[in-house]
Design a protein around this ligand. Structure first.
Ligand code: HEM
Length: 476
């Protein structure tokens, strides 16, 4: 079979030999699930716990905006979301379904390739996804629409013409997608499509490793894993399927990498005229998956360290609190008839963790330590200090302290051991294991013969998201 061909005869964006879509899987399939450890037999009981922790008014609801800021500029929240939309998408599992066993988890399709290949930007490439590309300028991606040049290309219903529809879920991630479209269109000057695509991917992969992961991971775990990546000694777990493709571990996609939800603020500045709009602001009809009005075109100086003289807002702390805006998700994101609990992203994450049979945080900590990661499985996460913890009732308090749902564990660990600045060791180890696998096993800058570093005009080894924004703005 033609190497570039994948499903339905379409040409898959190249970038990873096994970039063809794979399935979900587990890092630690031998660990018992959290539900089994807690004696939970019915989805209703799991939903009860998910509501106590993650529902409206629950332990994770930051209803009075009391969560601190982290040190990371707010734009990294949307970069984190953008990365998520490049690598993982589950449209199959039922939020209120029964717990799936390991065999069933392995049957769930991941609709993004588990590789840092920017399929959310390139789709299946110019041949198979021509509607993403400018037919008048071969190899260039479409940008703008009739109403706003500084928005994504859209069809007559206002739906974005992009590789992953979720990059239009809020206006900030949509504007970040636009940045990457423009970055490609700039980098293609003097190059063919494939060279430009490779150049963009390599710069993006560099950002993921040296800017994003360095910023959000525990420094000890990051340095340990970086060394292992350089030795090509990651992953430590078996996460390739029988065809040699990387699968997407649910410990990552349903728990650790959802840490980004805690970074989200309820309000953001868009530009100097709109210094505080809601993430999903009804006044502008920007409640998800619709055009970015010209007046809300994002000025990244307000969200990122683009200009040394300009103040910018930060992401929220990495802790167990999620912004009110995420506890009351709007109709376009969760559907018109969604009940109150289903509108809460914290509730959804916890219940999804049950459905996909995630193990508890404590046993994952032990398993990671056994694999060699510098993790302390006996870390004291000070549950008694959590506001609202005593309202859980003795039965659940005891169970949850011994067997903490992985998503909650990762966030609490970040708040206590990472001081809210970055993930703790367990969350960091899961991220480094999975990103490490993608970096080591796919077509990445790390595997380029003779080595590769970012273009000098982008800051060389000091390339950051802010440099990318400056470059795109300077070059249109
Ligand atoms: C900016 C606001 C964001 C919103 C409104 C949002 C919303 C959502 C929603 C509704 C889901 C599906 C939940 C479910 O039913 O299980 C989801 C999944 C997910 N989100 Fe977010 N998210 C945001 C930001 C982020 C960020 C910053 C990250 C990463 C650091 C992230 C990582 C993920 C991951 C990994 C999934 C699972 C994807 C899959 O495998 O299908 N999200 N998000």
């Amino acid at each position: 079979m033609n190497k570039g061909k994948s499903m339905h005869g379409m040409t898959k964006a190249r970038g990873c030999d096994h970039a063809r879509l794979g399935n979900f899987c587990k890092l630690f399939p031998d660990l018992p699930s959290w539900a089994a450890e807690c004696g939970i037999e019915h989805p209703c009981e799991a939903a009860e716990v998910a509501a106590l922790l993650g529902g409206p008014g629950g332990v994770m609801h930051d209803f009075d905006d009391s969560s601190r800021d982290s040190e990371a500029p707010a734009a990294y929240t949307f970069f984190a979301q953008f990365i998520d939309h490049d690598i993982t998408l589950d449209t199959e599992t039922n939020l209120h379904g029964k717990e799936l066993d390991n065999a069933k988890v392995k049957e769930v399709a991941n609709l993004r390739s588990a590789s840092l290949d920017l399929d959310c930007v390139y789709g299946f490439g110019p041949e198979a996804s021509p509607y993403l590309y400018d037919q008048t300028q071969p190899g260039r991606l479409l940008v703008g629409n009739d109403v706003n040049d500084n928005d994504l290309p859209r069809n007559s219903d206002g739906r974005a013409l992009i590789g992953d529809p979720r990059n239009d879920e809020n206006i900030f991630v949509a504007q970040l997608q636009l940045l990457f479209l423009r970055f490609h269109n700039r980098r293609i000057l003097g190059r063919g499509f494939e060279d430009a695509q490779k150049d963009v991917r390599y710069h993006y992969q560099w950002l993921v490793l040296y800017d994003f992961l360095r910023r959000f991971c525990d420094p000890g775990v990051f340095e340990y894993a970086l060394e292992e990546i350089r030795k090509k000694a990651l992953p430590k777990c078996e996460i390739r399927d029988e065809y040699g493709r990387l699968c997407m571990p649910v410990e990552f996609s349903v728990a650790a990498y959802r840490f980004g939800h805690t970074l989200v603020r309820s309000h953001y500045p868009a530009n100097e005229h709109y210094p505080a709009i809601e993430l999903f602001d009804e006044r502008f009809g920007t409640e998800g998956f619709g055009p970015v009005p010209p007046e809300l075109t994002v000025d990244w100086r307000f969200l990122l360290d683009v200009d040394d003289c300009h103040p910018y807002v930060k992401s929220k702390a990495v802790d167990h609190l999620l912004a009110d805006e995420l506890i009351r998700l709007p109709d376009p994101v969760v559907g018109r008839n969604a009940p109150a609990n289903d509108r809460s992203l914290a509730f959804r994450n916890l219940l999804r963790g049950y459905v996909l049979g995630l193990p508890d945080g404590q046993s994952v900590a032990h398993a990671l330590k056994d694999k060699g990661y510098p993790v302390d499985p006996h870390a004291d996460l000070q549950f008694d200090e959590i506001t609202g913890w005593d309202c859980l009732g003795e039965k659940w308090r005891k169970k949850l302290e011994g067997h903490t749902p992985l998503f909650f564990y990762v966030l609490r660990e970040a708040g206590i051991l990472g001081g809210g600045r970055h993930l703790g060791p367990v969350g960091s180890a899961i991220l480094m294991e999975v990103f490490g696998a993608m970096l080591v096993h796919c077509d990445t800058f790390l595997n380029e013969k003779g080595g590769w570093t970012p273009d000098d005009c982008l800051g060389g080894e000091n390339f950051t998201l802010a440099r990318l924004v400056r470059y795109v703005q300077d070059h249109g």
